[in-house]
Every structure is written in structure tokens, then in C-alpha cells.
Write a protein that binds this ligand. Structure first.
Ligand code: SF4
Length: 1006
């Protein structure tokens, strides 16, 4: 590889690009003529007379036309890489090159095996990854910097030089920082684990500028808020090979056969190991097909189903009493008058050995004596203090109901959490559960019994539960099942939540690379979007008041911050890279109409023209996944492996690291020219010095080495060197980039931010620090906490998990169908949505799946063009009749790009924004050790479900789309001539829109 920092001249780049595409076209030509030199027609005639080979292994004739297939396996060189798309797969691939071009990819298949008792980890991969090579030279590639010349989204672009693009951006950034509006600069990029160097590239610059780093995991509704609420932790999961160790698995809203393709083998093979697999899906999904039992509850009724199952476990005495006493808040006493936990500081005569007795909780033993609960926050120094233990030296009662003499209020009535929980569960008798969920009275009870009675039971929890407004209640109710049965902290147990590739094993190295100043302006993207898209103005008064209170109390940060005069500026500059914010935004209509116009400059760093790129001001072309150095990690396995460049970045594109480094250099240059003085940060004890921003960008801040992280590979090595997982303290062993380029390597240790160690010979399984080591859980009580005595939880009746109906934004009478936007089989989010190969495996255009009964009632037939609409907007798509789907749901698999719809709306045009107050809190209210805002760990989640629509047939059911619109859905499926025909090449009025961008990309200059 050559260093792309040195800018080639344009002609060389164009030649390079032409060579790549001509080479690929040349392959097609050779295919048509045939290696034999015969015409295709001659060859086809010859093939019809093919001699049957009876014994192909014993004797096989040489036939020259078959060389075509043999040549597919020829290559000149290969490189190891993977895909950065938040698929959670993190699969290592070999990428083959021939004549300097990417030729094809193949699953690497060399993950070292560490456990002979579980299936071989090899190979890993999916059908999308298997055709990423198509993207490397695709028409969708952005090959040179573009500046928009028309309105945003209009599709009018001008090719500009790197210097022009970077200068324009740098001038805007310098102006913004000089005006002390640095917190109006936003950086949005998701999921570091999928490519931490690329994540850090822009985050590092934004951090040096004093800008705002956006959360993503909560925004995408991937975060299960029930986990920080109950377990004090974002998530921690077993790697997928541990599924094989379970006796019983419930796949709850997790369509593993579609969304976890590289790992589905463990789910399938567990069946041969005797594991019973139950699927809980509203539709008869592709995973339900492979389960022993399928339960199809009403959409959004997961909480009631889980609580009904919990009731069975409790009523029938199938719970793990020891686990509940030691590991949970069930024995803790709660005051009946206030609903608050009884605190040790309140109890007359109770001996308390703790610095903060008001944060110590109380239990009763079998003799009726009161005790302080070991591990309470009041006797710990912060959330993660492991110097105290939760181990009990007395036997607490679970079922306690008694008066306690308090210092301030005299005798007060108290009841244990256990009894409060039993009261709550009493609401979920089989009849009620059946009414709410539609699941049979016996069915859910039998599954609950089976789950409780096996030795090792596990729940695989998917996004199907997280998309609802009351997702936190759903999470907590499902978590309750593994807690009640003591299925935590052992192999083959647990609640494994796999939604998004959130686990960055090498956490500390990544963190130090991404945020070198250590002073980070993180913002919950859901709140930022909600506020700046003007949705607050249409919010019910109670919710709006709670949002304001959470911001005023600094429970949730909102940027730009409020100024001394009480004003709050609008955001003004936004960088997006590795993500498709504009396409994926809930409240899409408000984002487009209210938020987007506030931004003076939107810069998208992208290798393809997606919806965010199309709606940006400047698009900077970045390297594809086969053209750069980076790392890849996931919670599905405990390996780390790399991206390495198989070829140079196409055209003028550069790697993310190069782009932001060169932007830093340009900002520094502009600042030096203007003599810009350092700016005092209004929040942190630091100065923002634009005259040193590039030098600071490339400096290794830990070893204080100038230029130490100037290159991508050095940045990747920085992460490996400064993370305990790859470079454990006090060990001779260390993982280097060379090591992982040779072969994926299992991480050496789990750092102190994980909840178990990595043990040789067995899959990683979480929660052992608490369940086996008896360290306090990182919660207020030091235990798994199902009772939350925060004022807002009490006010809203959510102190315990409980089933609640969703808030109503659209009346069922107006919009009778629920609207659901699950993950697709043929794309990873919006990546591959525009891939010809993947489009050919489905309908090739946005499609809504309807139950036959719903379709018939509306006179809709398979293939009809229909309008899906609600009070927000409407989109036109094709109808697919889906007998596996439940009546009453319109299922629109996400996430098609805007340019694939007529009028350039999209699946999110129908989705409003919600804000759940309980997800804005700090807990305890005064100090927040248990719940406090931390990007992606605790903050309000976006909501995709709880949306209603109606569907109607368009006109006579035939498509109203023009040829051009059809082409828009798959621009790369047609050649340039067909594109021109469809558009009317001479028609000036058609020279706008996404197709022109496609033509720009094909044809070069505007
Ligand atoms: S897209 Fe993801 S799951 Fe598919 S092969 Fe690539 S890394 Fe694996």
C-alpha cells in the first residue's frame, strides 16, 4: 500500500478509477465471448450436448470453458479485513486481489478454537459481507469531495478539490470556536467496536475543538434501559458459543437466524445437544421455524407475558431463594407511607457502620432482628467499589411485613420488596395474561415451569422488545425471569442482549484515542434531536416539565448549553461519519423541517451516497472497508481482528483518520493565519487552542510522542497497547497488530469494566464478579434492584416492573394497523439496501408486509402499490402478503434509503418521537451513582414502535411510478444508457435528484 496522504493529481486518480471499473467490465466481456473463443450462442449450443460425467471423482474430462470457474480462484494477493456496519458479526475475511483490484472475499475461517466442547467458531460470515467487494468499485462510491450547489437533498453537486473542501469546513469551524460557540459543533458516529480507529478519527477532532459527541446506542433504541436500572450496567453478555451450554433457551424478540447469521449455528447446534429452544416472536419468524416451540404474543405485550411467567415461578415455589436473598433487593424493607426504601439512618437503635447511613438499606432476619444490607451504596466509595461484599452472615427473610420504629416519624409500616413484587405479580393471573397477550393460559405457565426447572436456562433478548415506549418495563420483566431462577453468572445461563455491536473490549485504549483531553461533551442524541427538532413544543405538559427539570438539574446534558443570559443557541455544524443519521432519525419529518435548517454546515464522511450524504453540504469520500487499517470487536465473541487495506482507496478517497487529521491541519493553518488565540472552555478546565489542533491530533498523549498516532495503523496499535484486554498489566503476553493480522486472536483478559474474567477453555459469561465473587452490584442497593424508589418512578407507578398500555399518539380508529420496522435479512441497516445483488434476493424496492386478512379487507393483492400513512406523512411502497405475520401489523423492514421512495420520504417519515421521563432521571437523585447520564449507558432511548398507520391501495393497484423512479431504487442495476433513457438525458429539468449524483459519480465533473 502507498500512503494516500500524498495527493495524486486528478488524472492519475481518474485513470486509477477507470482501470478498476474497466477491469471489472472486461471480466463481463470475457464471460460473454467465452474462454474458448466461441460465441456465447455457440457455447450454449455446445453445452446442451454436454456429456454426462458418471464418475466425476474417478475421471473428469478437461473442458476449456470451465476455466472460467477455475480462474475465479486465482489471485495475486490477499489481505485480511471485515465490515464496519454494526452487524454485531465481526467476522474475519480474506480479501483477494488480482491485477491490483479486489476480486472477491472469503471467510477467513482461522479463529483459534479455545473450547473443544462447543462447536468450532469457524467460519463466520453472512451473505452481505460476502458481496462487500461489489461496493469497492460500485457506482454508489463517492470518489472525490463534493459541495452542494442546490438545496439540501436536491442532488446538485460540484466536484471540489480536497483543499477547497477542507478550507471551507475549517473556516466555518474556526469562526464557530472563535465565537465561543464550540458546543454548537456536533459529531455523530455510532458503535466504536465495529471500527474504533474510524470512530476515534472524528471524535478526537471534535473533542479537541470542544464540540459535542453524540450518543447512539440509546438513540437507536439498542440500549435496554432495564439493564442499567436493574443491574447498574449498560449490558454484558455471554459470547454466542455459550448458547451451546444452555439446557433451555428462550429467543425473545431476537431473530437470530436473520440478524445474527454468523452465530445462528450455536442456536441450531444446541438443539443437537439437547437444548430446548422456545421462540417468542409476534410473527412466525425465520428463527421461530427452528424452535421447538413458538409463542406469538400480541405486539407490545412482552411485559405482561414475562410477569405472568414470573407469577407462575413464584406461586409454584420454583424460584432460587438463596439467590434472591443474597443477590437481589427482595429482602429490603420499603416504607408503606412514602414508597421509599427504609434507610438505616432512619431506624432508631440500628447499629450502622457506614459513611452515608442514609444510603444504607435494611433487612430482617428469621428472628425478627433488623440488619443493614451489606454492599449498600452508603458503605461503598462509588458505584464500582469492590472492597465490600454482599455476602450475608445472617439469613434474611424474604416475606416481611412489620412496623419499624423510626427516629423522625415514630412507628412506620414496612413491607419487603418481595411482598411488593408478589402483589404486583398477583395482577397477572393466567386469564389476564391471556387477555393482554393472546398467549394460551397453559402455554406461558408451562414454559415458565420448564425454564425454572432446568439447570441452565438462558434468554437471548433482541431489539423486538426495545423498540416500544415502555421498553424499560419490558426489559425489567424479562430480566426478572433469570433473576428469580438464579440463572446468572454461570455457563449456559443469563440474559444475553445482542442489539448493536456495543462491546468495545479494548475500552481504555479506544477511550484515550477518541477523547484525549478527558473532558468530553457527551449528549443524549434522543434529547438533542427532540429539543432541536422542535418536538418539545408539541409535548404534553407533564412530559415537557419533566424534560425541563431533568435538564435544569443537570441530570441530562443538552448542548449547546444555556448561556448566562438564559438563551440557548442552535447547533450549527454537524459532522456525520460511519452512520446515516438523517435516514435513521425517528421524528424524521421534524428533523428535516426543523432541525436540519438550523445547521449552517453539514459534513458527511462517506464511501457511498446514502441519505445523509445526499442531504449534506459537503461530502468527503472515505475509504471502504477493504481500503484501510482498523480493528473489529463484538460481544458475540472474544476475539479481536483487523481491517487491513487490500487496495488503495478508490479515486480521491482517504481513510477516516487521514480525513480528520488533514482537516485538523487545515484548521490549524487557518487559525495560525488569523492569529486565533486560545479560547477558554466554559465548562472544563482547559483551553481550546486551534493553533495546535493538528499537532495535538497526531500526538500520542500518553507517551507524549509528537506524531505518534499520525497514521491509521499507529492509531490501531495505540488502542491495543493501552488496553488491558490486549496488553494486560504485569503480563509478558501482548497482542500486536502484526499478531492479529496473521490470525484473529482471543483477548487476553477482561478489563475492570466487564463483569467476569476471560477464562481459557470456556466462553465468556458475565456477572461472575457479583454472583460468584460477591462484589456489590453497581446499583444503589448493591444488589440486582427491581424496586426503584426514585420520585418519578413512584409517581408514574413504575417502582416495580408492570405492564402499561402505550401512550396514544395515533388513534386506533383512525390508524388501525400497528407499524413495525424490524431489521432486514438483506441489509445491515441501510448498508446493502442499494446493493443490486441483495435487491435481487427480495422485491427490489421498499415493501410493506401485510397479513392476508388485513390485505383482503383493503382490497390489496401481493405486488400492489400501496400508500402507508398516518398523521405525520405517507409513503408509497409495494405490498407483500405475509401469512407469517400477525393480523393488525404493517411490517416495513428498515432501513431503505430516502432515494428509494417516491418523494424521497422513508420508513421513518411515519415515526414520531417519544420521550419517557423515567429515562431522564439521575438516581439517587442527589448523587447519581446508580443512574447518571453517560453516553450509550444511560439516557433516553428512541422509540420505533407504538406507531399506528393505515394502508390503502394506490389507484388501481398498478404502480404509479415512472421508469426513473423505479431506477432510483436500484441505480446500479442499470448502465449509463439506461439511466439516461429513464431520465431523459437532455432534459435539464431532470438534472437534479439522486440519479444525477449517481451520474456524477459515474461521469465525474458537474
Ligand atoms: S456484514 Fe457483519 S455479519 Fe456479515 S460477514 Fe460482515 S462482519 Fe460478518
Amino acid at each position: 500500500m502507498t500512503d494516500q496522504t500524498d495527493v495524486d493529481d486528478d488524472s492519475t486518480r481518474d485513470e486509477n478509477r477507470l482501470v478498476r471499473r474497466d477491469f471489472l467490465k472486461g471480466v463481463g466481456t470475457a464471460t460473454a465471448v467465452g474462454a474458448s473463443g466461441l460465441s456465447l450462442a455457440d457455447e450454449l449450443a455446445e453445452m446442451t450436448n454436454l456429456q454426462v460425467v458418471d464418475d466425476p471423482i474417478g475421471s473428469y474430462p478437461y473442458r476449456d470453458w470451465e476455466d472460467l470457474y477455475r480462474e475465479e480462484w486465482d489471485w495475486d494477493d490477499k489481505a485480511r479485513s471485515t465490515h464496519s456496519v454494526n452487524c454485531t458479526g465481526s467476522c474475519s475475511w480474506q480479501v483477494y486481489t488480482r491485477n491490483g483490484q479486489v476480486w472477491r472475499e472469503e471467510q477467513a475461517g482461522d479463529y483459534p478454537r479455545f473450547d473443544e466442547t462447543t462447536p468450532d467458531p469457524n467460519p463466520r460470515g453472512c451473505q452481505k459481507g460476502a458481496c462487500f467487494s461489489d461496493y469497492v468499485n460500485a457506482d454508489q462510491r463517492v470518489t472525490h469531495p463534493l459541495r452542494r450547489t442546490g438545496e439540501r437533498g436536491e442532488g446538485k453537486w460540484k466536484r471540489v478539490s480536497w483543499d477547497e473542501a477542507l478550507t471551507e469546513i475549517a473556516e466555518e469551524v474556526v469562526d464557530t470556536v472563535q465565537a465561543e460557540e464550540y458546543d454548537a459543533i456536533s459529531g455523530f458516529t455510532p458503535i466504536p467496536a465495529m471500527s474504533p480507529v474510524s470512530f476515534a478519527s472524528g471524535s478526537r477532532l471534535v473533542n479537541l475543538l470542544g464540540g459535542v459527541s453524540h450518543s447512539f446506542y440509546d438513540w437507536y433504541s439498542d440500549l435496554p434501559p432495564g439493564q442499567p436500572i436493574t443491574w447498574g450496567t449498560q449490558t454484558d453478555n455471554a459470547e454466542s458459543s455459550d448458547w451451546y451450554n444452555a439446557d433451555y433457551i428462550i429467543a425473545w424478540g431476537s431473530n437470530v437466524n436473520v440478524t445474527r447469521i454468523p452465530d445462528a449455528k450455536y442456536f441450531l447446534e444446541a438443539g443437537y445437544n439437547g437444548t430446548k429452544r422456545v421462540g417468542i416472536f409476534t410473527d412466525y419468524s425465520q428463527t421461530a421455524v427452528h424452535c421447538d416451540e413458538w409463542i406469538g404474543p400480541e405486539p407490545g405485550s412482552d411485559t405482561a407475558l414475562a410477569l405472568g411467567m414470573a407469577r407462575t415461578i413464584v406461586d409454584e415455589g420454583l424460584y432460587d431463594e438463596e439467590h434472591l436473598k443474597e443477590q437481589t433487593d427482595m429482602p429490603l424493607l420499603v416504607r408503606e407511607d412514602t414508597g421509599k426504601f427504609l434507610r438505616a439512618s432512619e431506624v432508631a437503635g440500628l447499629d450502622v457502620d457506614a459513611d452515608r447511613p442514609e444510603k444504607v438499606f435494611v433487612m430482617q432476619d428469621a428472628e425478627g432482628n433488623l440488619h443493614t444490607a451489606p454492599g449498600s451504596l452508603g458503605e461503598r466509595d462509588g458505584q464500582h467499589d469492590h472492597s465490600v461484599s454482599i455476602e450475608l452472615d445472617f439469613d434474611p427473610d424474604l416475606a416481611v411485613e412489620r412496623d419499624v420504629e423510626t427516629i423522625a416519624d415514630g412507628p412506620v409500616s414496612t413491607r419487603s420488596v418481595w411482598l411488593n413484587l408478589r402483589d404486583e405479580l398477583a395482577e397477572y393471573d393466567p386469564e389476564t395474561v391471556n387477555e393482554i397477550t393472546g398467549v394460551g393460559r397453559q402455554t406461558h405457565q408451562e414454559v415458565a415451569r420448564e425454564f425454572a426447572e432446568v439447570e441452565r436456562a438462558k434468554i437471548i433478548h433482541g431489539k423486538g422488545v426495545n423498540d416500544w415506549y415502555h421498553n424499560d418495563l419490558g426489559n425489567r420483566a424479562i430480566q426478572l425471569l433469570v433473576t428469580l431462577t438464579g440463572n446468572l453468572g454461570r455457563q449456559g445461563t443469563g440474559l444475553d442482549h445482542y442489539v448493536g455491536q456495543e462491546k468495545i473490549w479494548t475500552y481504555k485504549g479506544w477511550q484515550q484515542l477518541s477523547f484525549p483531553t478527558g473532558s468530553v461533551r457527551g449528549v443524549p442524541t434522543t434529547l438533542w434531536t427532540y429539543y432541536h427538532a422542535g418536538i418539545m413544543e408539541n409535548t404534553d405538559p407533564d412530559t415537557a416539565a419533566k424534560i425541563r427539570e431533568a435538564v435544569e438539574k443537570d441530570w441530562m446534558p443538552l448542548y449547546p448549553s444555556e448561556r448566562d443570559d438564559g438563551s440557548r443557541p442552535d447547533p450549527s455544524v454537524m459532522f456525520v461519519w460511519r452512520g446515516n443519521y438523517f435516514n435513521q432519525a425517528k421524528g424524521n419529518v421534524a428533523v428535516e423541517e426543523e432541525l436540519w435548517p438550523k445547521l449552517d454546515l453539514v459534513v458527511d464522511v462517506n464511501f457511498r451516497m446514502d441519505s445523509t450524504a445526499l442531504n449534506s453540504d459537503i461530502v468527503l469520500p472515505t475509504a471502504s472497508h477493504y481500503e484501510k487499517h482498523d480493528l473489529s470487536e463484538t460481544d458475540m465473541h472474544s476475539y479481536v481482528h483487523p481491517f487491513t487495506p487490500a487496495v488503495e482507496p478508490l479515486g480521491e478517497s482517504k481513510t477516516d483518520w487521514q480525513i480528520f487529521r488533514e482537516l485538523a491541519a487545515k484548521i490549524q493553518e487557518v487559525a495560525e493565519d488569523r492569529g486565533v488565540e486560545p479560547v477558554e472552555d466554559r465548562k472544563f478546565d482547559r483551553e481550546i487552542d486551534l493553533q495546535s489542533v493538528h499537532d495535538d491530533y497526531v500526538r500520542d498523549w500518553i507517551d507524549d510522542e509528537e506524531g505518534g498516532v499520525a497514521e491509521d495503523r499507529a492509531a490501531a496499535e495505540f488502542i491495543l497497547e493501552h488496553s488491558e484486554e490486549s496488553n494486560p498489566e504485569g503480563s509478558d503476553e501482548q497482542l500486536t497488530f502484526d499478531d492479529i493480522e496473521e490470525q484473529p486472536r482471543r483477548l487476553l483478559e477482561a478489563g475492570d469494566h466487564w463483569t467476569s474474567d476471560i477464562e481459557e477453555g470456556e466462553p465468556y459469561t458475565p456477572w461472575q464478579d457479583y454472583v460468584q465473587e460477591k462484589n456489590p452490584w453497581p446499583t444503589f442497593t448493591g444488589r440486582q434492584q427491581y424496586y426503584i424508589d426514585h420520585d418519578w418512578f413512584l409517581e408514574l407507578g413504575e417502582q416495580l416492573p408492570t405492564h402499561k398500555d402505550a401512550p396514544v399518539l395515533q388513534e386506533k380508529s383512525d390508524y388501525p394497523l400497528g407499524y413495525n420496522t424490524p431489521h432486514s435479512r438483506w441489509s445491515i441497516h441501510s448498508t446493502w439496501r442499494d446493493s443490486s445483488k441483495m435487491l435481487r434476493l427480495q422485491r427490489g424496492e421498499p415493501t410493506v408486509y401485510l397479513n392476508p386478512q388485513d390485505a383482503e379487507e383493503r382490497g390489496i393483492e401481493d405486488g400492489d402499490t400501496v400508500r402507508v400513512y398516518n398523521d405525520l406523512d405517507s409513503v408509497e411502497v409495494m405490498a407483500k402478503i405475509y401469512p407469517s405475520g400477525e393480523p393488525g401489523t404493517a411490517r416495513h423492514f428498515f432501513s431503505w434509503e430516502r432515494f428509494q421512495y417516491p418523494d424521497r420520504k422513508n420508513f421513518n417519515s411515519l415515526v414520531p418521537m417519544y420521550m419517557k421521563p423515567t429515562q431522564l432521571v439521575q438516581y439517587p437523585e442527589d448523587t447519581g451513582e446508580h443512574l447518571h447520564f453517560f453516553p450509550n449507558y444511560w439516557g433516553p432511548t428512541g422509540v420505533n414502535s407504538d406507531v399506528r398507520v393505515e394502508v390503502e391501495k394506490v389507484a388501481d393497484g398498478t404502480s404509479t411510478r415512472t421508469a426513473a423512479e423505479v431506477v432510483q431504487r436500484d441505480p446500479s442495476s442499470l448502465g449509463e444508457d439506461a439511466l439516461d433513457d429513464a431520465l431523459g438525458a437532455d432534459d435539464e429539468s431532470s438534472a437534479s435528484g439522486p440519479l444525477d449524483q449517481v451520474r456524477d459519480l459515474i461521469g465525474g465533473d458537474n
